[in-house]
Each structure stands twice: as structure tokens, then as C-alpha cells.
Design a protein around this ligand. Structure first.
Ligand SMILES: Nc1nc2c(ncn2[C@@H]2O[C@H](COP(=O)(O)OP(=O)(O)OP(=O)(O)O)[C@@H](O)[C@H]2O)c(=O)[nH]1
Ligand SMILES: C=C(OP(=O)(O)O)C(=O)O
Length: 208
């Protein structure tokens, strides 16, 4: 499993309506910690590799059990994911490699397991985000290349690239990425992990 994470001081700019400049880096880290911890707890996930240049996030996510890969070749999100997938796949001759956004604080391991199990039936498959425009997970099986097209509007681009869209119900926690204040409130309503819950409580952010 490959998880991309940009430097915390630049992350989650669209959350500025709900969290100010002083708060966003801590929230972005908490989202990543809850995402990575849930993925590591999922029996279907053998290991988690985080592609990041952020020193604090590297320390905290290593402590959870993730591996860290530097953000290379510095060509943006998809280049970083392709690099991470190559490193992760080469390291363990992975049967299946998947990219997962780092902003899924409500992620539940059994739901992630269902998505990965469904994805394994196809050469490449993806899950659309809760908003219906983006992607939260892209998987490639049988040693195939991941070919990620994440970014705004990525659902359409992943479809056009030939990846199969997974039409699963009951996997809301895997779809609920957090870009805006409304997304954060929706994630809190689903139930977030302990890191995000603690930051939200300290900052008086609630689901209302
Ligand atoms: N390693 C790496 N990760 C990235 C890069 N750009 C985005 N990401 C990560 O990709 C995932 C999806 O990105 P976005 O949802 O756009 O997150 P974001 O860039 O923090 O949010 P905004 O500032 O609001 O656009 C998040 O986990 C980001 O941390 C990049 O250039 N390198
Ligand atoms: C990177 C993505 O996330 P966002 O919707 O947050 O841009 C994506 O959906 O591909």
C-alpha cells in the first residue's frame, strides 16, 4: 500500500475555512496517522509505504510501522505514487499494489479489506471518493503498473485510463476523504480515528 503525503505546512489548504494556518499541519498529520494506522491493521495489507519529504510525519508514521520513501522524482503527486509503487513492488514482489490517499481519518480496516478484495479481481481498479469526482484508492494486480492519475477530477481520468470503477456499497469510510470543512464534519459523523479525534476535540471542531 502506497500513501502519498505532501509537506504538512502545505497540506490541506482547502480546509482553511475550518482550520487556520496554525492548526492545519497538525490536522493533516492526524489524518495521515489515522489512515496509516487503519491500513496497517487491515489483514489484507502487508505493508504501508508513505511517500513524503516531511520530517515530522516520517518520524510519526515510522513509529506506527510504516516505511518511508523520499518524495521523488519531485514531479508531483502521480510521479511520487509511481515511484512509491515501484519501490514497494520491487521490495516484496507484490501481487497487488495500491495507492491510498492520506486524508481518510475515518478509515475502517474491514471496509478497506472489502475494497482490496474486490479490486484484486481486475488488472487495475479504483474507488471514487465521497464527492463522486475524485479517487481515494487505485489498485493494480498481477505485477501490473499502477499508472496513477490522481488529482482534481481523477474519477473520470481513472475510468478513461481503463481502470475498473468499484461500485461497492457500505465502504463509506474508504470513500470519505477530507478536503473541506464539510468533508471533515462528514468524517467526524462517520467516526474518526484517535489522532484526528484528539486534534478536533482540542480545536473545538465538531460534526455540527
Ligand atoms: N508525496 C506527495 N504527496 C502529495 C503531493 N501532492 C499531494 N499529495 C498527497 O496526495 C493526497 C491527495 O492530495 P489532496 O487531497 O489534494 O491533498 P492536499 O494537497 O493536502 O490538499 P489541498 O492543499 O487542499 O489541495 C494527500 O494525501 C496529499 O498529501 C506530492 O506532490 N507529493
Ligand atoms: C488527489 C485527489 O484528491 P482530491 O479530490 O483531494 O484532489 C483525487 O481525488 O484524485
Amino acid at each position: 500500500m502506497v500513501v502519498p503525503l505532501k509537506p504538512l505546512d502545505r497540506a490541506k489548504s482547502r480546509l482553511s475555512d475550518t482550520a487556520d494556518d496554525g492548526l492545519r499541519p497538525g490536522l493533516a498529520l492526524a489524518f495521515a496517522q489515522d489512515t496509516v494506522a487503519a491500513a496497517l491493521t487491515c489483514p489484507a495489507v502487508r505493508d504501508v509505504v508513505v511517500v513524503t519529504d516531511d520530517a515530522l510525519a516520517s518520524r510519526e508514521l515510522t513509529a506506527l510501522g510504516a516505511g518511508i520513501v523520499p518524495d521523488e522524482p519531485r514531479g508531483g503527486l502521480n510521479a511520487a505514487l509511481a515511484h512509491g509503487a515501484t519501490v514497494a513492488g520491487a521490495a516484496r514482489r507484490a501481487a497487488c499494489v495500491a495507492a491510498l490517499n492520506a486524508d481518510l481519518p475515518a478509515l475502517r480496516p474491514p471496509e478497506l479489506a472489502r475494497v482490496l478484495d474486490a479490486a484484486a479481481a481486475f488488472p487495475r481498479a479504483f474507488l471514487a471518493d465521497a464527492a463522486g469526482l475524485g479517487t481515494t484508492l487505485l489498485a493494480a494486480s498481477g505485477g501490473r503498473e499502477l499508472r496513477p492519475f490522481f488529482g482534481p477530477g481523477s474519477r473520470a481520468r481513472h475510468r478513461e485510463s481503463g481502470a475498473v470503477e468499484l461500485g461497492l456499497d457500505g465502504v463509506d469510510s474508504v470513500r470519505q476523504d477530507v478536503d473541506t470543512g464539510d468533508d471533515l464534519r462528514a468524517a467526524l459523523a462517520l467516526g474518526v480515528g484517535p489522532h484526528t479525534a484528539a486534534v478536533a476535540a482540542r480545536s473545538l471542531i465538531t460534526e455540527q
